[in-house]
Design a protein around this ligand. Structure first.
Ligand SMILES: Nc1ncnc2c1ncn2[C@@H]1O[C@H](COP(=O)(O)OP(=O)(O)OP(=O)(O)O)[C@@H](O)[C@H]1O
Length: 589
């Protein structure tokens, strides 16, 4: 789609990039065609940009240029430092196909002046939006959150169907689902529904604002009556004064009482959900923990997590799919949704994941859905109904470590020492995050192996399928046929132990010896598997460029091998933790 010698979407993208000349994430935004497949976070369909996905990319500046993209359907720029006003959005000024707008956790300002019939998702929480919600007209909204802004006024009409958490923490919002708006009374003490000029909506939830507004509306009302002051008798004036004082005190008392009530309710509700959330406690992970609030049931039982709000079971089932591979636990597909969003869908084998273990599986998935880390593949949603289990992950376009290690011949990518180190460091960071995630009992990956280490757009390593195998039942039998993938020759002795484990009912060549037969995976066994992967990556020289053996590389190789040996110690207690592994690796590099 080239017009006047240039791609139609190029100007908008470049003017957004101009705010962020040094942002690493936008380093790939170069060249004349944003749909070439190399522009990070840019999704295209039929030659036009339909999605921009740049959550947590340390971006600054205005978001407005991205909203000028003529055919954009999904824009996700959460957790950045974007500033400026959100421009008015309607069918004339923005893409009429805009369905998902996710701008939460930025510093955006202005009012929410949006009139878009197609909009399904609006996530604008934790910004500085002001004004009311009356200029927000999006009848198709399914996922909506404007909490933590500076909004005020009455919530009315269609928006009232969303839960109070969608509106919480604003300056002065009121009306269903929040407490009722309280009308101020005019100077003569009668409820004034006609003179809107002096009636102010007061959120009972916010007593300080309530009292301020109340007072100002009463004084405005008094001053508006000043013209007729001489006509009012002293008695009437005194009566009005006393009446006003009583009313102010009364409405203040009600506001405070409701504030206390609502806060208690919220606290007890939060306490209950925390208790159900496997004992999360660490503040550092509060964002991840809060992720569950964003998770909601959809038709057909699709549960979505942070970043998966746009997922619908119907569109998943309708999506064009391509088989990526078949593993022990099921088959994985690349699915292109109608919005142009690409996801990886894992369809679990009914044999490995029987319906009888449904509850534990659900608990586990809700926990894994909260994991958000640069080196862990994000689970965006899952479905567990009628014996069908689908897991929806981010699609990582660059294959797996397994494909990288297996690749030979002229098309094979050379894997120099820097790339190997970066991959191993990424995996170690991902595993350390999983192991230290605040859950009781602690999380275990349980299936660390090269095909579960995927490569993102930049070639960075991401660990996938955390904990899945702990919920599989018949894994041993099927693993034997899978263990054609051998651990490194150099460590044949260790490999023999695990291969024997496999044939005697253990699992693949990366599993710790204590797992056979029927052993339960632990963080120590994850460390073992990581050690095996590390040894393989370090010692496999197939794709390594010539002349890399000497000097620093040689020294670092020896250091890494030592770490690998420690990780693969026979006795689990002798193995280092992932945190220690990370520290040793960092020292070495
Ligand atoms: N999120 C993803 N993005 C891109 N490719 C993926 C994704 N998840 C899995 N794959 C690829 O799909 C293929 C099949 O993966 P799958 O997980 O089903 O099998 P496996 O890893 O070989 O075995 P297991 O069932 O033990 O995990 C692998 O090549 C894997 O690299």
């Amino acid at each position: 789609e080239l017009a006047n010698g240039g791609h139609q979407d190029l100007p908008a993208l470049l003017s957004f990039k101009a705010y962020n000349p040094n942002a690493t994430a936008l380093g790939t935004w170069a060249g004349p065609n944003p749909c070439s497949g190399t522009w990070l976070g840019v999704r295209c369909s039929r030659g036009r940009v339909v999605g921009v996905f740049l959550d947590g990319a340390s971006l600054a500046g205005a978001v407005a240029p991205l909203l000028r993209l003529g055919q954009i359907r999904a824009l996700a720029v959460r957790n950045n430092s974007l500033t400026g006003d959100l421009p008015p959005l309607d069918n004339a000024t923005a893409s009429p196909w805009l369905r998902h707008l996710l701008v939460s956790h930025n510093q955006l300002t202005g009012s929410l002046n949006i009139s878009l019939g197609a909009l399904l998702t609006l996530r604008a929480e934790h910004n500085g939006f002001r004004g009311g919600l009356d200029a927000l007209r999006a009848p198709s909204l399914r996922s909506f959150n404007v909490s933590g802004n500076k909004l005020a006024g009455e919530i009315s009409g269609d928006l009232s169907r969303f839960p109070s958490s969608s509106f919480a923490g604003n300056l002065a919002l009121c009306g269903t689902p929040l407490p009722k708006c309280v009308r101020a009374y005019n100077a003569l003490g009668s409820a004034d529904s006609s003179s809107n000029a002096t009636a102010t909506n007061i959120a009972a939830e916010s007593p300080s604002t309530a009292s301020a507004n109340n007072v100002s509306s009463v004084s405005a009302s008094s001053s508006s009556n000043n013209g007729g002051f001489s006509k009012i008798s002293v008695t009437a004036l005194m009566a009005t004064g006393i009446g006003n004082a009583v009313l102010i005190t009364f409405s203040l008392a009600i506001s405070v009482a409701m504030f206390v009530y609502v806060r208690r309710k919220l606290r007890s509700a939060k306490g209950a959900s925390d208790a159900a959330a496997l004992g999360f406690e660490d503040q550092e992970h509060k964002r991840a923990t809060n992720g569950d609030d964003k998770c909601h049931q959809k038709s057909g039982g699709l549960v979505c997590f942070d970043g998966g709000e746009e997922l619908r079971l119907e569109s998943l089932l309708k999506a064009s799919a391509e088989v990526l591979g078949k593993g022990v636990s099921g088959s994985t597909y690349k699915a292109v949704l109608e919005d142009g969003i690409v996801v990886a869908v894992k369809r679990l084998s009914a044999l490995q994941f029987p319906a009888s273990r449904s509850k534990a599986f659900d608990r586990h998935m809700r926990l894994v859905g909260r994991l958000r880390h640069r080196h862990v593949v994000s689970l965006r949603g899952y479905c567990n109904s009628n014996g069908e289990r689908l897991l929806v992950y981010d699609f990582l376009p660059n294959g797996s470590l397994q494909s990288l290690l297996q690749a030979t011949g002229c098309g094979a990518r050379s894997l120099d020492w820097a790339a190997r180190k970066a991959i191993l460091l990424g995996v170690a960071q991902g595993l350390n995050y999983i192991h230290t995630f605040p859950a009781r009992p602690g999380l275990v990956h349980a299936n660390v192996k090269p095909s579960n280490i995927l490569l993102d757009e930049r070639g960075g390593a991401c660990v996938s399928e955390c904990g899945l195998m702990r919920h599989a039942t018949n894994i041993q039998r099927s693993i034997v046929s899978q263990s054609s993938r051998c651990p490194p020759d150099l460590f044949l002795e260790r490999a023999t132990t695990t291969t024997t484990a496999a044939s005697s009912g253990g699992w693949h060549g990366y599993a710790a010896p204590e797992l056979a037969p029927g052993g339960r995976a632990t963080q120590e066994s994850d460390v073992y598997s990581f050690g095996m992967v590390l040894l393989e990556v370090v010692t496999d020289r197939k794709g390594a460029p010539d002349g890399e053996e000497g000097g620093d590389v040689g020294e670092q190789t020896i250091g890494m091998v030592k770490i690998g040996m420690m990780c693969t110690a026979e006795v689990p207690e002798e193995r280092p933790t992932m945190a220690q592994v990370l520290a040793m690796m960092s020292e070495l590099m």
